[in-house]
Design a protein around this ligand. Structure first.
Ligand code: NAD
Length: 330
């Protein structure tokens, strides 16, 4: 089975090359560029493509891949909101992903963002480097005995709830299905979670139904002084409404690992460029906002699991076997 990997970095190559000996019959070629309708042509002659969070796996790309004989899309991530599943099903292209490769990696990053934004670590780091040891602007709040609101209690949300419990927090949760281990969280309506939580963290996938779940209306329902964290997907939050809420001093702190305009930025060094988009710059101008670069997943454990499971998915395709990692249009 020949697989063309798109959007790869040195660490992808390192982790996948390390696993390949365990998967005889699989050959990989790596590309730096991402998958788009224009770059799909390079996949001619390959059995499968391997794509990532910013790849364009929409209808046009899939139709082109199909015409070049590609019959599987291996997502080396958990999310698949960038894949047109209906078109894939119509063309008979299998789509496989890596669910739950290390929920703790993302949950720990979410809690790190909450803590860093709350205690202004980004500011204090710079201040101390400049020999400024004053504490002005650095005061935070205790998490102990506060209420965390976890939206989406799948693998990452459950790991986040466990971390919050470890901090001595009460955990409220909202999910369309109540799947958390018994006793870990208290399920409430979305409105109640928004109204009662001191820390709100998003852990649901981006779907057609929950696009802009966090917008003017839902922000209005939050407690004043709430800490808000998004490590899930940028499209869950309407950025201009978030900016409006920050300007209105609704939020004590905001930590974002994902945001709507991230696609052009994700994993690229753009430090020499003048960025075309002002909303991200606007967010970065606020002293109580921390943004990281979609790096919640980025631990050794997670990359080991991602490379192993992606290759297991490839083997399942090669052998025509079913796997629970296949995602299908509903
Ligand atoms: P999961 O499938 O285990 O859990 C998702 C949960 O969200 C499920 O319980 C589901 O019922 C719930 N859900 C679905 N729609 C909902 C809605 N409208 N409202 C409330 N809950 C809803 O997924 P997971 O492994 O926990 O991952 C969650 C998300 O985290 C992924 O979809 C992905 O977008 C994101 N993620 C981010 C990174 C990162 O590096 N920042 C890494 C991995 C995953």
């Amino acid at each position: 089975m020949k697989i063309l990997f798109y959007d790869t970095k040195s660490y992808d190559r390192e982790f996948f090359c390390g696993q390949l000996a365990n998967f005889p019959g699989i050959e990989i070629d790596y590309l730096k560029g991402d998958l788009t309708p224009r770059s799909a042509v390079i996949a001619k002659g390959y059995d499968a493509v391997c794509a990532f969070v910013s790849s364009d796996v929409g209808a046009r790309t899939l139709e082109l891949l199909d015409s070049y004989g590609v019959h599987a899309v291996l997502m080396r991530c958990a999310g698949f909101n960038n894949v047109d599943l209906k078109t894939a099903a119509r063309l008979g292209i299998r789509v496989l992903r890596v669910p739950g490769y290390s929920p703790e990696a993302v949950a720990e990053h979410a809690m790190m963002l909450a803590l860093a934004a709350n205690r202004h670590v980004h500011k204090s780091y710079i201040k101390v480097r400049e020999n400024d040891f004053s504490l002005g602007g650095l005061m935070g709040i205790n998490f102990y005995k506060k209420t965390a609101g976890v939206i989406g209690t799948g693998k990452i949300g459950t790991a986040m709830a466990q971390i919050c419990r470890g901090f001595g927090m009460e955990v409220l949760a909202y999910d369309i299905c109540q799947n958390s281990p018994p006793g870990l969280v208290k399920y409430v309506t979305l409105d109640e979670l928004l109204a009662k939580s001191d820390l709100i963290s998003l852990h649901c996938p981006l779907t057609e139904e929950n696009y802009h779940l966090i917008s003017h209306d839902t922000i209005q329902k939050m407690k004043d002084g709430v800490i808000f964290v998004n490590t899930s997907r940028g499209g869950l939050v309407k950025t201009e409404d978030l900016v409006e809420g920050i300007r209105a001093k609704k939020f004590f702190a905001v930590g974002l690992d994902v945001y709507e305009e991230e696609t052009a930025n994700v994993f690229e060094d753009r430090s020499d460029e003048i960025l075309e988009n002002s909303t991200t710059a606007r967010l970065l101008s606020f002293p109580n906002v921390i943004i990281t670069s979609h790096q919640g997943f980025f631990t050794k454990e997670a990359l080991t699991a991602i490379s192993r499971v992606t290759l297991e998915n490839a083997r399942a395709c090669m052998e025509g076997k079913e796997t629970p990692n296949e995602v299908k249009a509903v």
